[in-house]
Design a protein around this ligand. Structure first.
Ligand SMILES: [Cu+2]
Length: 397
């Protein structure tokens, strides 16, 4: 709110200054010998140098931005196809930077070189086929190559061979959390439908489907290194997007349909934490955190916990008020650790059975409640009867 007020004040101040300059101009009418509206050579020179100044600003800011914030970009990909995505991205960046560097330079150089001069006359020509061919063909060829390479990368990433040995996992999105469902021993996910959501069956898994019997539901995603994971995404409410930046994976989760994405993780969480760039990044973050903690403690607050790296599954579609916090921890284990972790989990069928069993003694408690309410009802009835009898007696009198 304060910033909005500051912006409004600044805008109003700018308008006031502008109006003042207009008044100033009006007071100068007739007093100056040079009140012509036609630009003089001096004006053109100033404009030419100002344009050059703007070019310098663009170049310096680009280089400054790259040096200052370049390190914040994602580093080593943690999936096999990640290298392909990064390659495509890097080629695109190089093209954009080289082309913009050259074209901006040319644009401002020619504007400066051909700035207005009393003795110069502009050359008019209707068109140049040669020039038009050059600036149409070169970008077309470059873009076509880029798009073809992109399509090749996309097909490579999205292709999942039906006979391939993959691990099937469902990612279920809802405002504002993620849940994962493992396909279990049979590696086939049971059918599911939002209409079947009931009690602890929060994903609406169809428990009459034989494939659903060994499905496992978890709130922390574990995947093994070196194995292809085939994710199937569903959404319960609105459009979400499953985004796993370190694996260069993103796919929209659309209500009413199943979308998919597959990748092979190449670093376990422990290995990724040990990569030199990550060690440096984490120590930087922790340095900032400890500085902040000192400040907080001085103000009577609590110190921040030190940061440890974890892969994350984030939501990348603004899906509501708590969208920013819609995330799930992803752990990449060694295949052995993954097997051990998964074997310790209970299936949804077991959980439903356990929940039903836990409800039974509660039913007993329900009986007590019932009898209590029966007693209460009887008492109320007796009181009403007494009152009715009393009223009747009074009426008789
Ligand atoms: Cu979301």
């Amino acid at each position: 709110m304060t910033s909005l007020l500051v912006i409004i004040v600044l805008v109003l101040l700018a308008v006031a200054l502008w109006q003042l300059t207009k008044i100033f101009d009006l007071t100068q009418v007739g007093s100056s010998s040079d009140d012509s509206q036609v630009a003089s050579d001096n004006d053109n020179n100033i404009q030419g140098y100002v344009m050059f100044g703007f070019l310098a600003f663009i170049y310096i800011f680009t280089i400054y931005g790259l040096l200052k914030w370049g390190g914040l970009a994602l580093h080593t990909p943690a999936s096999e196809h990640g290298l392909l995505v990064d390659n495509l991205m890097n080629i695109t960046w190089v093209l954009i930077f080289v082309v913009q560097f050259i074209t901006q330079g040319l644009l401002y150089w020619f504007s400066f070189k051909n700035r207005g001069h009393k003795d110069k006359k502009a050359l008019f020509f209707a068109d140049s086929n040669k020039l038009e061919a050059i600036w149409s063909i070169i970008p077309s060829v470059v873009l076509a190559c880029l798009i073809l390479y992109g399509l090749y990368a996309w097909n490579n990433i999205m292709f999942v061979d039906k006979d391939e040995d993959v691990i099937e996992i469902e990612l279920y999105a809802q405002q504002f959390k993620w849940t994962a469902r493992y396909a279990g021993q049979d590696n086939v996910l049971g059918k599911a439908n939002v209409r079947l959501i009931e009690g602890i069956n929060t994903l609406g898994v169809d428990m009459s489907d034989p494939n659903a019997q060994d499905d496992i539901i978890v709130s922390e995603l574990h995947i093994p290194k070196g194995k292809k994971i085939h994710f199937k995404m569903r959404s319960q409410d609105v459009l979400h997007s499953a985004y796993m930046p370190h694996f260069r994976a993103q796919m929209n989760c659309v209500p009413g349909m199943v979308t998919e994405f597959a990748f092979i993780p190449t670093y376990t969480t422990a290995e990724y934490r040990e990569l030199p760039f990550m060690v440096e990044k984490v120590s930087n973050i922790n340095k900032l955190r400890s500085e902040k903690s000192t400040e907080l403690v001085a103000k009577g607050g609590t110190a921040l916990d030190p940061y440890t790296f974890d892969y994350l599954l984030l939501c990348n579609k603004i899906c509501g008020a708590s969208h920013y916090n819609m995330q799930m921890k992803v752990v990449v284990d060694t295949p052995e650790d993954y097997k051990k972790w998964l074997s310790e989990k209970t299936t949804l069928a077991q959980d439903i059975k356990a929940a039903a069993a836990a409800e039974k003694p509660a039913e007993g408690a329900g009986a007590t409640t019932d009898s209590v309410s029966t007693i209460a009802k009887d008492t109320v009835k007796a009181v009403i009867d007494t009152v009715k009898a009393a009223v009747a007696k009074v009426a008789m009198k």
